[in-house]
Each structure stands twice: as structure tokens, then as C-alpha cells.
Design a protein around this ligand. Structure first.
Ligand code: IPT
Length: 946
């Protein structure tokens, strides 16, 4: 049925797509109950999530994609944020850091398929869950087929879909799946879910459509399986480790994390499988990385692979990035969205990356994994009841995949057993060990290149035909026993080149016994097969290997930090690789490769007894970073002064609103109603005082950790915390009639009876709520002032209001970069701003004070040196800092916003060979000394880079 559909759609899609958009040959995407297939070839989809909008530097997209590919990922999952591209209805921007065409081309150049996830809703802890804030003014419930919202989301889809369509696999591009909506489980509307798909098809999307169901609920997979809204390949999201990073020893508090088989006709698809966490308790992302570290990955990912037979994986996140600008959804995240991922926010590789690589290379190399059935009983029985096995087998090849783990999933003990294993080629007893929380996928009955693997209690990382011989890399826990049995027609010759390996031959079986220790090497020749170089490593030594495809055929490299790609040039193997320390580099390549070049360096090599080339790497240079000196400052907030001219500000005089939250006082003061959606807003209220006024009562909603500051006739009255999500009420919480309250007594002598009095209020907007439960009360919660009364002994005095926010979207940096601070509107954050007249840095008074300095960098050429800005001392609740690097709003520090003190300054925004400007906008609730001791630091240094 699918192919009929493809043929139908392919015809029409080809006519609308310009030929120039095609980047490669067109391919067909199909699927059956086992796996996806490209031109009939089965693939195991191994994807990692990446948010381009959280890394505004195109060169670094390439870096992340190359790092994904080098870990054995063959796909990247991309959310597309509607808010990021659309500052206002009808306005869309796909230029510069928003250039999605370039993003997709870059993914393809790195050799990755793309799972395209354009929403319209994406969640992702980003502002509005990806919905632009202007949508709050649109009638019709968001995430429904109601009029108003329907026009809006169709507008977005008709902008993004054609871009995605021309990059589909069926057009020679990388997009292999289209994900409709996101965890759409609550308050669902089938007509909406169906319409998203109909619009996609009409826009030329012809790859399979999927959706990610949340957390076992499975509405689009079961209830609606055949009705409107049903998708072709529903998948499931699983976050078994929770988001409690403060408790990193947790072990599946949210369940076993086994991705269900949703329908008989489709593969098991782990659409979002936990690979990190948001830092709900402010424990810091390193704790999140621990919570979701290698032990968790081994146990949960392998369990999923063998117990449910999933062949489609997408790990959330592969790289998290930064909530720069006003990108954060304020209630769950702060500036960093590092996520405790395998690749850090500063793009460094972690031990989690090593584990992805061990698993990813295995999935890539061992083809029978793409088609397996569960075995009713496991053929491999451990002698120790503390251990257990589960098995799947490929029905065509008979290859067995035996998952060995503790019977009690929480066990942390080390247990030994003998495995009595009825493998396809015979029955054998092999010693095994499980150390702590771990799991092993053991293979039997496998045609490993030109070899026949009877079984192994070591895990397979990869194998390749290199220069006429098979090179196989197997590994196991350091110190644990390993047995590998290979079948031959006659007795082969066995040469142990390195390590302690015992060999025995009987009945056509060569049995090798060893303990996993360092890297053992065994050369097997004769026996009626082509030669085999067997590399037997530990987890650690296996992780030092990189695999790349070249004109010489596949190569294996160890000793570099990363291999991005490799090419053959004459007799030279050229590596695009990153290196850090001085040490040795070893290359397993066809004998035709006689020389080695890494980046710009010719590396002298000798040939080893393993037939590999051995050379030395150079240490990376450590950069000297300048001290941050020469700060100048200037106080702003002229808006607070009574004489300030606000006549050109927007009159806040609406008496009605589309908001589902009825205003408590009039006029309506909601910032979004006046087109001010991101960052700070100013209000000025004018009233003629009767003399009876005693108090100002305000309510403001800002999102979590927002605040507001109040002045009357230029006198600072104080500050209050803005309201948060629960205050608006949602399905779980009743509305709070008094969100973000602030009561300010009018000090004696401040009021001017019978004449104009000016109330000035600066309100933060920390970002917009998400819409996870498709509830307008939650998503459309206002920002800014929501009620204001000047109260006195004879009732309320009428006030006329004006409002001022951001001065329109920055053409380069986009709609989320700026709010409405005076300095932002006047360009004080921009590198070109002439600050010569500013004074030497002075303390900050309540209100807003800007600090600027510049620094020159000339980082070592040919290196990748991620740089950060560090705040010394602990964040104070008394002030918050918006950090601008060369005009880019790279984050917020202080104000109880989060535990973060280090802020990433990504290359591209940072000029690594020139002058850079830092501008800090300090909003202080009390007098403070200044933004605190600040320094630059390097997260690391490697030779190489993207
Ligand atoms: C799931 C979302 O689909 C994703 O966008 C992101 O928010 C992620 O979680 C958490 O980081 S929601 C699921 C955990 C209920």
C-alpha cells in the first residue's frame, strides 16, 4: 500500500520541486514490521536529537553533525521551531542562522538521514513549546482544528513543508521521516491531527509520517489507529530515568523503558528515548549526565534493542545547546540546555559519547539486527540465577542476539556464571560476568565478513574488510572472561600478536579464551578463509577506535579524539581528525595506504606487526585568554523619570482581548496584545492625583523567576516577583485571582495633587508557557501587567497607560534576541555602539545599568577551542544580568534564574581572531557592586575542528 502511495505522490512532488534543489539520487523509503528500508535495503535507524535554534552558528552545526556521524549515528532528529522563524503573522525568516536549507544540506553532507519534526507544536522546553507568542492573540484553541488557529498553523506548514519536501530521501536529500505534532495525547482533535498530514502531503511530503506518542499513552497508535489522525509509523517517547538529576543513582524510577510494539505492520520506533535530562531541581547538568550515563545507556538501550526488537531509535538529546535570547520556556529550564547529553553544550565528547559509539558501530556493522523475532525461550542459560538472558534471532540467517544482564534490574553486584549456549552452530559452555549495572548483547551464528562466528561472549563493536583481511573489534568489561569461537574448514594458523589469549581447535571450531585486558590482537590465517585480525579490547580501549570509509576502503583509527572523515589521496590517507594530547596514532588501512596526514600535518609512520601504521600526534596548543578589563558603565531607565517623553509609545487602551484570561482591571495591559512578545516591557501610567491615593496594587505575570520594578514620579518604590504558571490555573490548578501581586505604599511627598503623576513599571518576560496539555488557559497565559490599581481612601483613580517593548526583530539575530530595555532599543548591546563617553564601571543602582568592554582574541589557528564566560561568586537574587556577545543575547545570569555561572560563547558569534564586545545589562532590585568578577575560560583545546 505504501509503495502505491509513494508512486502517487512522487509524480506530483517531482513536478513542483526545482531540479537544483536535488542533491543526490532519489531513493524509495518503505517499511515493514521489522524496519525501515531504503531502496529495499533494511536499515536500523540510529538518530540523535539536535536543535539548530539552540546553536546559532552554522559552522558548528557541521561540527555536531560530524560528531554524531562519527559515533555511528546515521540520522539526526530535528525539531523546527515556528517561533524562531516567525516574529509576526505572515512574517517568516529562513535566512542566516535560520537557514533551514543549509541545515539540511549540512546534515546530508555529514552522511545523516533526518527525522523532520516541524510540529506545529514541539514542546522541547522552548518558549511557547515552539508556538510564536503572537499566536496567543489568535482566536481558536491552539492544537485544534478551530478557525483562527487553523489558518495560523497552515501558514507555518506551508512555509516549512516545501523546504523539507525538497530535501527528502525521495528527492535525493536526507529527510527520511516526517513527524506530525508532538506527544499529542490530551485534549486531542483528530481533524487537526489529520489536517497536519493532509497539508504535508499537499506540500509534497512523501516519506512515511510518524508521530511521537508520550509515555505509554499511545493515542495515535491504538485508539485512532485506523481513523482520522492516525499516522503511518507511530513511535513512543520513553524517559525511564526521570528528570531528578540530584539523584543520579536512580535506576528507572519512571519504568523499564521498553518501547512497545504499537502495531503489527510497523517497526518498533523509540521516537524519543531519554539520553539526558532537563535540570528540574537545579542540580547542574553534570548530574544529569550521571543520571543518564554509560551504565544506564548499556542497560536500558540494549534492553530495548533485544527485548522489544526496536530498529528505529532517536535519542533525546544528542546535543542540547543553549537557550540563548528568549528561547527558554521559563518554568523548566535556564539558559543552558546542555541536557547532560553525550556532547556537551561546548561540544566536548563525554563517556556517554563513547557508549553511543560502541553501540552505534555495532548497529551499523551487524546487518541481521534489522530483522529479528523474539525467541520464545532463550537458548543461552546462565548457571547463576542472579543473571538472566533474553534472545532475538534473525529468521533468515538464524543469527542470535543474546542479552545478558542481572535478573534483578537494580542489582549492583558482580556475578559470574557459565552460559550453556545452544548456538545455531553447536552447543558450548562459556564463562561470563556481569559487573554492576550493565548489559551485554552477545552474538552467535553470524557471518562476520568472510568468517563464521559461532559465538562470542565479547560484544561486537565493528568489523570491516581491510586490505583483503577481516578486521574485527570485540570488547568486554575489563577483567571479565571472554570466549570467541570461530568455525573453519580445517585447522587455521593462530598467532597471538599481543595479549594473553589461549587457542584450541577441535571439530572445526577454533576456541579463543582470554580475559578482557587492554587490547589483545590475534591473527588467524588459513583454515579455508581469508585472514582475520581479531582485536579484543575492553570498553575503554574499544572506545578509542574510529571508523571511516575511504577510497582505500574502510579504515580504523585509534589515538585521536575524533575522526570526522578520511580520504585516500595517492598513497596517503588524509584524516580530518581532532587531536588533543601528544601520543600515538594507529591506523588500520589497506596496504596501499603508506603515508598519513592528519589535518595539515604529515605524520611519520612505521608498520606494525598487526599490519597497521603507527605514528605520533602533536599536542594541541593551550590558548592564552585575555583578562576582561576596561569596563565602562552607564545607567539607563530614563523611562522611570517623570519628564520622559512617552508620546510615541503604544497606547495601552484595549477594553477587550482574545485572551482566555479575562482582565481583572481595564484597560487590558497584556504585553502580547500590543505586539510585544519577548524580553522586558515598560509601562507608563499617567494619572491626575486627587491627593487621596495611598497605594499602588499591581499584578504581573512573567513566568518563573521573573520580576518587576516600580517607580512613581521617578522615585523607586520597589520590586515584586512575577506570577508563574500555576497562577493562571489549568486543568490541574484552579485559577489564582492574585498572580504576581505587588503592593506599594505611596511614600509621603511623592504624590503631586491635581496634576500629572507617572507610574513607571519595568516587567520581565521570562518566556512563554508551553502547551503540553493543549490547554489555552496555560499556553495563552498573559505576560506583563495583568491588573493595576491606584487605590486610595476614596476609591481608585483612573490611569491612562502606554506600553513599550522590543523595537522589532533583529534582522540577523532574529525575533527572540531582544526585549524592550532602553539600551536594547538604543543599540547599547551592539558591538558598533560608541561607548567612549561612558564612565569607568560604577556600581549599579536599582533599575538597569549597562557594562561594556571589548577584548581581542587570536586563538591558535587550526584548533577548536570552545570559550566561555565565567561569573565568579554565587548568583545573587538581587540582580540579573543579560549577557550580550557582539550583540547576541547569549544568556541570563543571577536573579535565582538557575545555578549557571559558565556561559558558552560559541564560535561564529565569537570572533576567534578579532575584537569582541561584551555588553551586560544588569537589572538590580537593590544597589549592587556590579556584575561580579568575570573571566574568559577555555572548555578545552583540540587540533582540528570543523
Ligand atoms: C518530551 C517532549 O516531547 C520533548 O519535547 C521534551 O520536552 C522532552 O520531553 C523533555 O525534555 S515530554 C515527556 C517527557 C513527557
Amino acid at each position: 500500500m505504501l509503495s502505491v502511495f509513494l508512486v502517487m505522490l512522487l509524480g506530483s512532488a517531482l513536478t513542483v520541486v526545482p531540479a537544483t534543489a536535488r542533491t543526490g539520487a532519489a531513493h524509495q523509503v518503505t517499511y515493514d514490521k521489522y524496519s525501515l528500508q531504503v531502496d529495499g535495503r533494511r536499515i536500523v535507524l540510529q538518530a540523535a536529537e539536535f536543535h539548530y535554534f539552540r546553536l546559532p552558528s552554522q559552522r558548528l552545526w557541521r561540527d555536531v553533525f560530524e560528531k554524531f556521524k562519527a559515533a555511528g549515528f546515521n540520522a539526526v532528529s530535528l525539531y523546527f521551531s515556528w517561533a524562531y522563524h516567525s516574529p509576526a503573522p505572515g512574517a517568516y525568516d529562513f535566512t542566516g542562522v535560520r537557514d533551514v536549507d543549509r541545515l539540511l544540506r549540512t546534515a546530508q553532507q555529514a552522511g545523516l538521514y533526518v527525522i523532520a519534526r516541524p510540529g506545529p507544536y514541539i514542546n522541547a522546553e522552548t518558549t511557547g513549546g515552539g508556538f510564536p507568542a503572537w499566536l496567543k492573540n489568535v482566536p481558536g484553541r491552539a492544537r485544534s482544528s478551530e478557525a483562527g488557529f487553523q489558518d495560523a498553523y497552515r501558514e507555518w506548514l506551508h512555509r516549512i513543508n516545501p523546504i523539507l519536501a525538497r530535501h527528502q530521501v525521495t528527492q535525493g536529500g536526507p529527510v527520511i521521516l516526517y513527524n506530525a505534532e508532538n506527544e499529542y495525547q490530551v485534549n486531542t482533535d483528530a481533524a487537526y491531527m489529520q489536517d497536519i498530514q493532509d497539508q504535508a502531503r499537499a506540500d509534497g511530503i512523501d516519506v512515511p509520517i510518524t508521530t511521537n506518542d508520550c509515555c505509554d499513552a499511545g493515542s495515535w497508535s491504538s485508539t485512532w489507529a485506523t481513523g482520522p489522525g492516525a499516522v503511518q509509523i507511530p513511535g513512543v517517547d520513553d524517559y525511564p530515568q526521570s528528570f531528578e538529576c540530584a539523584n543520579p543513582d536512580a535506576w528507572g524510577p519512571w519504568g523499564e523503558g521498553l518501547t512497545e510494539k504499537l502495531r503489527d505492520d510497523i517497526p518498533v520506533f523509540a521516537a524519543e528515548y531519554q539520553a539526558g535530562a532537563i535540570d528540574l531541581g537545579n542540580a547542574g547538568y553534570d548530574k544529569c549526565r550521571e543520571l543518564t550515563g554509560p551504565a544506564y545507556m548499556k542497560y536500558f538501550y540494549k534492553n530495548n534493542l533485544v527485548t522489544t526488537g526496536a530498529t528505529m531509535f532517536s535519542y533525546y538529546m544528542g546535543y542540547g545547546g543553549t537557550n540563548w535570547g528568549w528561547l527558554a520556556q521559563p518554568n523548566d529550564v535556564y539558559t543552558s540546555y546542555d541536557y547532560g547529553a553525550a556532547i556537551t553544550e561546548a561540544r566536548l565528547l563525554t563517556p556517554k559519547y563513547d557508549e553511543f559509539k560502541r553501540q552505534g558501530y555495532f548497529l551499523e556493522a551487524v546487518a541481521p539486527l534489522a530483522k529479528t523475532d523474539a525467541a520464545a525461550t532463550s537458548p543461552a542459560a546462565p548457571s547463576n540465577p542472579a543473571l538472566t538472558t533474553t534472545t532475538r534471532a534473525n529468521p533468515d540467517t538464524g543469527t542470535q542476539f543474546v542479552l545478558l544482564k542481572h535478573a534483578d534490574r537494580a542489582a549492583t553486584s558482580t556475578d559470574d556464571a557459565t552460559l550453556d549456549w545452544a548456538a545455531p552452530d553447536g552447543r558450548h559452555q562459556v564463562p561470563v560476568r556481569v559487573r554492576g549495572r550493565d548489559a551485554h548483547v552477545l552474538v552467535a551464528g553470524y557471518d562476520l565478513g568472510g568468517q563464521r562466528l559461532v559465538l562470542s561472549s565479547s560484544e561486537i563493536m565493528t568489523h570491516a574488510l581491510i586490505g583483503g583481511r577481516d578486521v574485527a573489534l570485540l570488547y568486554g568489561t575489563a577483567g571479565s572472561p571472554g570466549t570467541t569461537i570461530l568455525r573453519y574448514g580445517s585447522r587455521p594458523e593462530v598467532k597471538v600478536l599481543e595479549g594473553a589469549v589461549r587457542a584450541a581447535y577441535s571439530g572445526n571450531d577454533l576456541r579463543l579464551d582470554y580475559d578482557h585486558d587492554g587490547l589483545a590482537r590475534v591473527l588467524v590465517t588459513g583454515g579455508g578463509r581469508r585472514p582475520l585480525l581479531l582485536l579484543l579490547g575492553t570498553d575503554e580501549t574499544a572506545a578509542t577506535f574510529w571508523r571511516a570509509e575511504t577510497g582505500f576502503g574502510p579504515v580504523l583509527v585509534r589515538g585521536t579524539e575524533l575522526v570526522r572523515s578520511a580520504t585516500a589521496q595517492g598513497d596517503t590517507l588524509r584524516l580530518s581528525a581532532d587531536t588533543a594530547a601528544a601520543g600515538s596514532v594507529e591506523v588500520f588501512a589497506a596496504p596501499a595506504a603508506r603515508r598519513l596526514r592528519i589535518g595539515a600535518d604529515d605524520v611519520r609512520v612505521t608498520r606494525t606487526s598487526s599490519g597497521s601504521l603507527l605514528g605520533a600526534t602533536r599536542a594541541a596548543e593551550q590558548p592564552g585568554l585575555p583578562a576582561l578589563t576596561g569596563w565602562r558603565s552607564r545607567a539607563e531607565a530614563p523611562e522611570a523619570a517623570p519628564g520622559f517623553d512617552d508620546s510615541r509609545w503604544t497606547a495601552a487602551d484595549h477594553t477587550t482581548t482574545n485572551s482566555p484570561h479575562p482582565p481583572k482591571t481595564l484597560p487590558v495591559l497584556y504585553a502580547d496584545d500590543y505586539g510585544y512578545h519577548y524580553g522586558n516591557v515598560w509601562y507608563r501610567g499617567h494619572f491626575t492625583a486627587t491627593g487621596a491615593e495611598t497605594r499602588i496594587d499591581l499584578n504581573a505575570v512573567t513566568g518563573l523567576r521573573g520580576n518587576y520594578l516600580v517607580w512613581l514620579n521617578g522615585r523607586y518604590l520597589g520590586t515584586a516577583a512575577g506570577g508563574v504558571e500555576a497562577d493562571a490555573g489549568d486543568q490541574a490548578n484552579p485559577p489564582n485571582p492574585d498572580p504576581g501581586p505587588g503592593h506599594f505604599d505611596i511614600p509621603a511627598g511623592t504624590l503631586k495633587t491635581g496634576t500629572d503623576n507617572v507610574l513607571a513599571v519595568l516587567v520581565a518576560n521570562m518566556g512563554h508557557n508551553d502547551d503540553w496539555i493543549a490547554d489555552d488557559l496555560r499556553f495563552k497565559q498573559p505576560r506583563g501587567l495583568v491588573a493595576a490599581t491606584v487605590a486610595g481612601t476614596v476609591g481608585a483613580t483612573p490611569v491612562t497607560w502606554r506600553i513599550q517593548g522590543a523595537a522589532g526583530a533583529d534582522k540577523v539575530r532574529g525575533p527572540l534576541n531582544n526585549g524592550g530595555l532602553y539600551g536594547e532599543r538604543t543599540g547599547w548591546h551592539l558591538p558598533s555602539y560608541p561607548d567612549k563617553s561612558w564612565k569607568t564601571a560604577a556600581p549599579a543602582t536599582p533599575g538597569v545599568t549597562w557594562y561594556r568592554t571589548s577584548f581581542r582574541l587570536d586563538l591558535p589557528k587550526g584548533h577548536d577551542i570552545p570559550v566561555g564566560l565565567r561569573f565568579g561568586g554565587d548568583p545573587s537574587p538581587a540582580y540579573r544580568v543579560q549577557i550580550f556577545l557582539n550583540g547576541w543575547n547569549v544568556g541570563q545570569y543571577g536573579g535565582d534564574i538557575g545555578p549557571q555561572r559558565d556561559f558558552s560563547l560559541p564560535a561564529g558569534l565569537l570572533d576567534e581572531h578579532g575584537t569582541n564586545t561584551l555588553a551586560l545589562a544588569v537589572t538590580a532590585e537593590q544597589p549592587v557592586a556590579g556584575p561580579g568578577p568575570l573571566s574568559l575560560f577555555a572548555y578545552g583545546s583540540v587540533r582540528g575542528g570543523p
